[in-house]
Design a protein around this ligand. Structure first.
Ligand code: MF3
Ligand code: CO
Ligand code: CO
Length: 278
């Protein structure tokens, strides 16, 4: 299987799916407060996707080889959960940090995005880890342009995370996305500059670094999905779906409620991306 280069029709479909995925996060934001359970967050998102958006929650019954079918519509990863937390009875309390990861399918196309949420007031560590991870994602995004390599993306993320004293999870990565949920290529969040496959206009993939406050090793829970840090340190993740344009990149998972990029993100690259998109 090779990397699929998307045509204009695909790109239009992916822009819509990307915006809708981001709008699920906008919708759920006011509900993410102390006292709500992750199961209730799932129920609200699921209902919004199906009944308001007319989208399909891609995680529900998703079953890659070696896995049991994923039982819920979204992933909710709290504190030391790195990814794939299954929504359930867990009630959120002041000081928790939560990643909500949404993947919708609209007209056959997938949009995949996640954000971090503070429950009440975060600890200094949780806030710094969350902010550094957001910067990591955007440093990776800023490397995206034709001719750059996948190693350029991974290395930018790894350098920033490790400079802050944090570690990059190795077992999970970003991925090509389109009519498939997980397509080629794999987007590692670590690596060496100027190494690996070169990017071409029309590729679409996610950048979704998982950064641990402590060591990078993971533990798999017996539910077959939930991944935690082995040392029980906090973990954070952000995710966008990104198109390689003629001049740079276009982030597809944007909506009215998207958090703004960090101040270091160059407006000129955005202008180039938007011109290419027009
Ligand atoms: N949304 C996740 C990703 O970013 C994948 C979740 S698979 C699930 O790739 F089955 F756990 F939902
Ligand atoms: Co993804
Ligand atoms: Co995701």
């Amino acid at each position: 299987m090779a990397i699929i280069i998307k045509n204009e029709e695909d790109i239009a479909g992916m822009r819509l799916a990307g915006r809708l995925a981001s709008e699920v996060l906008d919708f759920i934001t006011p509900y993410v407060q102390p006292g709500i359970s992750t199961g209730e967050i799932d129920r609200l998102c699921h209902e919004f996707m199906v009944n308001v958006q007319g989208t399909i929650p891609a995680p529900l019954n998703y079953c890659p080889p070696g896995y049991t079918p994923y039982p819920k519509a979204i992933c909710t990863s709290v504190n030391d959960v790195i990814c794939h937390g299954i929504p359930g009875d867990k009630v959120l309390k002041n000081g928790d940090v939560l990643n909500i990861d949404i993947t919708v399918i609209k007209n056959g196309y997938h949009g995949d995005t996640s954000r971090m949420f503070y429950i009440g007031a975060p600890s200094i560590l949780a806030k710094r880890l969350t902010e550094v991870t957001y910067e990591c994602m955007w440093l990776g995004i800023q490397k995206v342009k034709p001719g750059a390599t996948l190693g350029d993306i991974g290395s930018a993320i790894q350098l920033h995370a490790e400079k802050a004293g944090y570690s990059v999870v190795r077992e999970f990565c970003g991925h090509g996305i389109g009519k498939g949920f997980h397509e080629e290529p794999q987007i590692l969040h670590y690596g060496k500059p100027n190494s690996g496959p070169k990017l071409q206009a029309g590729m679409i993939f996610t950048i979704e670094p998982m950064i641990n406050a402590g060591r990078r090793e993971i533990r798999e829970m017996s539910d077959g999905w939930t991944i935690k840090t082995r040392d029980r340190s906090l973990s954070a993740q952000w995710e966008h779906t990104v198109l390689v344009t003629e001049h740079g990149y276009e982030v597809l998972t944007v909506s009215a409620g998207s958090p703004p990029p960090p101040a270091f993100v160059k407006p000129v690259e955005h202008a180039a991306a938007e011109t290419a998109a027009a």
